[in-house]
Design a protein around this ligand. Structure first.
Ligand code: SF4
Length: 330
């Protein structure tokens, strides 16, 4: 999957992954690290004899962070308090704007309308090319936020109807690490006759997703690459993301669109986009698909922007399988 240019980055990613595992033992002790060989090593140490009650496990996403009291998870948004894991970023809004719905991007859901878009901080992936790192890659201490209750946000969204607003989009950082706030607000928004939009990386466990889906009218899911090797690079779980897209596509009341950011030398081969779009078409060939152009940012500055002709060529590849393919950032 990785071209010549991307191999260095990929091996750096593997090193980073190993380092994360070492580091994770001290900081968040994800369940995966405490299995197999890791478990045997841990069991030999005195610390590992702490009883299971010393930890609580977050069930929101596949990282399954095991947290001691007051410890934060990998996403920097959730933490253990009072013997359970809660979204510390509940109601903490870092960004809010009334955006055209096409900017989410959603090309085929209520075109021409606007949506009140809100974000908090934190994310359960660690993409080196994150375009919103100033809020997504940080926790409470490194971001500036104001507190807004679900009721206040819905009131603001209803007021914005006069300016063309149709609802609330949970976006900018990864909304599902703030699961409880999204759920509580989305429920109230529905009661007020508003729609709810999720812009998500799709890294969520099926149980949490099932609880939220009745309130989700539309979603754009990032499908960052088509294989676990790319998801190793960004610290995620490929199958979990596929399962999210599949569940959304199967749900009649949820309109779903998918986006891939094309990073030169990493996920820009015709084979990868061909396989990805063929899989999407196997769910539904009507799923709108966005092929988006990368610009150097955050920790990935060793290469230039994706050539526009590459984005157009890969969009044509996707059109072999899908009826609605859009290009972005070109
Ligand atoms: S949502 Fe956050 S705390 Fe929960 S498992 Fe995922 S990364 Fe860990």
């Amino acid at each position: 999957m990785f071209g010549r240019e991307g191999r260095g980055a990929f091996s750096r990613a593997l090193d980073a992954k190993r380092a994360r595992k070492r580091f994770a033992g001290e900081e968040i002790a994800p369940a995966a690290v405490l299995s197999g060989e890791g478990l045997a090593a841990e069991a030999a140490s005195k610390d590992a004899r702490e009883s299971a009650e010393d930890f609580v496990v977050c069930e929101i996403c596949p990282h399954a962070c095991r947290l001691r009291e007051s410890q934060r998870g990998r996403c920097k948004a959730r933490a253990a308090h009072g013997g359970r894991v809660v979204d510390e970023n509940y109601g903490r809004i870092t960004s809010i704007a009334l955006d055209p719905i096409e900017k989410k991007p959603l090309a085929r859901f209520r075109p021409g309308s606007k949506i009140l878009s809100v974000g908090s901080y934190g994310c359960n992936l660690s993409c080196p090319f994150c375009q919103n790192a100033s809020i997504a890659a940080v926790g409470a201490d490194a971001s500036s936020w104001r507190e807004v209750s679900p009721e206040e946000l819905v009131t603001e969204a209803v007021r914005a109807r006069a300016r063309g607003n149709i609802g609330i989009a949970f976006t900018y950082n990864e909304p599902l690490v703030g699961f409880e706030f999204v759920r509580d607000t989305a429920r109230l928004a529905h009661e007020a006759g508003l729609v709810n939009v999720l812009v998500t990386n799709g890294m969520v466990n099926p149980g949490s997703l099932a609880e939220l889906l009745p309130f989700v009218d539309a979603a754009n899911v990032d499908l960052k690459g088509f294989g676990q090797d790319f998801y190793d690079f960004v610290g995620g779980d490929f199958e979990a993301v596929r399962a999210t897209i599949q569940a959304m596509a199967a749900r009649e009341t949820c309109h779903v669109e998918v986006t891939t950011l094309i990073v030169p030398g990493m996920n820009d081969s015709e084979e990868e986009i061909n396989a990805l779009s063929a899989w999407l078409a196997s769910l539904d060939p009507e799923i709108p698909y966005h092929v988006s152009r990368f610009f150097p940012c955050h920790r990935l500055t060793d290469r230039g922007p994706t050539p526009v002709r590459t984005v157009y060529r890969l969009a044509d590849v996707a059109r072999r399988h899908l009826r609605h393919v859009h290009t972005g950032n070109c």
